[in-house]
Design a protein around this ligand. Structure first.
Ligand code: PGA
Length: 255
């Protein structure tokens, strides 16, 4: 199955306007004018999206713009929320939904994550749905059960047609920002199970087309081994996406 690798750079609540613009420019210089072998999306903080979009529109075509979160509501009295239309105005093409920090730090539940997924897809955005188990759940042998529950809930009422704009990010919570990475073997097993869940929800053909990417302490030193696994189609990168050279090496590791 020929799936275009996907590499996302999740900047989280990092950078300021100046360093964000510099990071994007230097990433574009590193990867060159086109990135033929993979799809590359960066997810900067909301306030910088418009400035980054304007810079990109002028000179950068190899990187697309994403947002770290989105509201499940179209508009109205939702203080502090950001709608799909606002993101589209800022040139955003992709959104992260259900990132572990939003599930476990902010407290988002499966139903809200599903509503955000559906809202994003209805607006024509790509949705990167993040799933993954905590350390406690892993130690209790619940990795596959948790991934399955989060995928079934997150994709409830998402049609097969809409799935062409969905990427699944498997991010074991214990591996995020900790320097601990799932072994390629363990990650591959989890990804194969996620694909089996997609087969049962839709069918084998669709499951074979959806990108399932890995996240959790990916670095240039471990990326190639992870990305060479048959069911790992790229990565969602946090800390290492804040250094252009390191992130560019990770992008090249997909090739
Ligand atoms: P990390 O973060 O690469 O810093 O572990 C990954 C993520 O949270 O998406």
């Amino acid at each position: 199955m020929n799936r275009t690798p996907f590499v996302g750079g999740n900047w989280k609540m990092n950078t300021d306007l100046e360093s964000g613009l510099a990071l994007l420019q230097s990433l574009s210089d590193q990867i060159g004018p086109s990135s033929p072998s993979s799809e590359v999306v960066v997810y900067p903080p909301f306030p910088y999206l418009m400035s980054l979009h304007q810079t990109m529109a002028q000179t950068i075509t190899s990187v697309r713009l994403g947002a770290q979160d989105v509201s499940d509501q179209p508009n109205g009295a939702f203080t502090g929320e950001v709608s799909t239309e606002m993101l589209l105005d800022c040139g955003v093409r992709s959104v992260l939904v259900g990132h572990s920090e939003r599930r476990h730090v902010i407290g988002e539940c499966d139903a809200l994550i599903n509503a955000k997924t559906r809202r994003g897809l209805e607006a024509g955005l790509q949705v990167v749905l993040c799933v993954g188990e905590t350390l406690e759940q892993r130690e209790a042998g619940e990795t596959d059960t948790i991934n399955e529950r989060q995928i079934r809930a997150g994709l409830q009422d998402v049609s097969a047609e809409a799935m062409s704009e969905v990427v699944i990010a498997y991010e074991p919570v214990w591996a995020i920002g900790t320097g601990r990475t799932a072994s390629p073997d363990d990650a591959q097993k989890a990804h194969a199970h996620i694909r089996a869940v997609l087969s049962s929800l839709y069918d084998d053909r669709l499951a074979g087309q959806v990108r399932v990417i890995y996240g959790g302490s990916v670095k240039s030193s471990n990326a190639a081994e992870l990305f060479s696994c048959p069911d790992i189609d790229g990565g969602l990168i946090g800390g290492a996406s804040l250094k252009a050279e390191e992130f560019a090496k990770i992008i090249r590791a997909t090739g």
